[in-house]
Design a protein around this ligand. Structure first.
Ligand SMILES: [Ca+2]
Length: 378
């Protein structure tokens, strides 16, 4: 029942968004007579009703509490706070996007991968690499991050700027901080977005940018590399040295910032990423075997075993796998097909600090490798 309601909500939202898009594209093709002008106004009204609703955030208790925090802990200007939040709008699409997906098909790595490692993205990656080659080389020597990892990551995040999001960062983040949908982790997620909102306000003030002008995804992620405001403040760098950090307009800033993020999250120069692995059964009982397997897989996002410690359950056929470093076992489920196993190094897990998912990190690596391969063929 709940799933059906969700489905209806989703489809009506999609339909509403589609209507808006269609109306807008009709406008783009229309002439300048008054009839068409009227149509354009109608489209704008529909757009604002669906995507940006004025819910008078400034009157919300939570926003008033936030104001006190900003004033007392961060010496924020009261009038400036009011000026900003007078204009902040509710974004229904952001709320909808955070609702859990109806229980569907089991996780499938091959299907996930095919969405990212595909011709259009590889071709866009080739162009990105070509026009940024000197910067990528500089990053490789200064930070020790191979170009293919940076190119893979920015490709997975936004297809090199094509999908950076058209929401106002502050609209999306405020909405999610104070109207997060009812999910088991609502409290934790609301706290996360409240902190991101504070970080956004502070970053805007430090950078002398109007927070109302910052664009983001529906989840508040900013720029080519989709940094949340807290990451912007902690890890973004002005790599083209023009005096400002611009992750949306400067590919150089985005490249440098991704590199800085990975290094600060444990990337080690020269370390490989991952090696294919095979799982072997033992003479132990099924129950003991399962427990042992869970122990190995349940170590979280870190490399905590030597190759010797993983034997006899996991080995890699790759003779290049160093014996003096640590590994973690990565399981990539393939629906009804057998799970694919890999041994990830600390560098693999550094990528998971960007997005806590094995599928994500492996897509970054595979897209980067596919682009690198296409480069050498050209
Ligand atoms: Ca810059």
């Amino acid at each position: 029942m709940a799933q059906n309601i969700l489905k209806i909500l989703r489809s009506s939202l999609t339909l509403a968004l589609l209507t808006t898009i269609l109306l807008h594209s009709a406008d783009a093709n229309s002439g300048t007579n008054s009839k068409h002008k009227k149509k354009k106004q109608t489209a704008k009204v529909i757009n604002s009703q669906i995507i940006k609703e004025n819910v008078h955030f400034l009157e919300w208790k939570g926003i008033q509490e936030l104001k006190q925090v900003m004033l007392t802990q961060h010496q924020f200007d009261s009038a400036e706070f009011d000026r900003i939040f007078e204009k902040v709008r509710f974004v229904e699409a952001a709320v909808q996007s955070m609702k859990p997906m109806p229980i569907g098909k089991p996780k499938n790595w091959k299907v996930y991968r095919s969405r990212f490692v595909e011709t259009a993205r590889v071709n866009a990656g080739l162009l990105f690499w070509e026009r940024n080659e000197p910067v990528l080389q500089q990053v490789e020597s200064e930070f020790g991050i191979p170009a293919e990892i940076i190119v893979g990551l920015i490709g997975v995040e936004t297809i090199y700027g094509k999908n950076m999001g058209k929401f106002n960062a502050i609209d999306a983040i405020t909405t999610l901080a104070f109207s997060y949908p009812d999910t088991p982790n609502k409290e934790q997620r609301s706290a996360f977005f409240k902190n991101e909102l504070i970080q956004l306000l502070l970053w805007s003030r430090e950078s002398k940018i109007d927070p109302l002008e910052i664009k983001a995804s529906y989840a508040g992620a900013i720029g080519l590399c989709q940094f949340m405001p807290s990451s912007l403040r902690s890890y973004a760098i002005d790599f083209d040295h023009d005096g400002k950090i611009d992750l949306r307009g400067s590919e150089t800033d985005a490249i440098g910032s991704v590199a800085n993020y990975l290094v600060r999250h444990g990337w080690k120069k020269g370390l490989p990423y991952a090696f294919p692995a095979s799982l072997y059964s033992t003479n132990l009982s099924q129950e003991t075997e399962n427990k042992e397997l869970l122990d190995i897989l349940g170590k979280g996002l870190r490399a905590s075993f030597t190759l010797d410690q993983l034997k006899p359950r996991f080995t890699t056929p790759d003779a290049n796998a160093p014996t003096n470093i640590m590994y973690g076992v990565i399981d990539l489920q393939n629906g009804d097909d057998p799970t694919e196993y890999w041994l990830g190094t600390e560098n693999f897990f550094a990528i998971t600090q960007y997005n806590r998912s094995y599928f994500y990190a492996m897509s970054v690596i595979d897209l980067g490798k596919a682009i690198n391969l296409a480069r050498t063929k050209n």
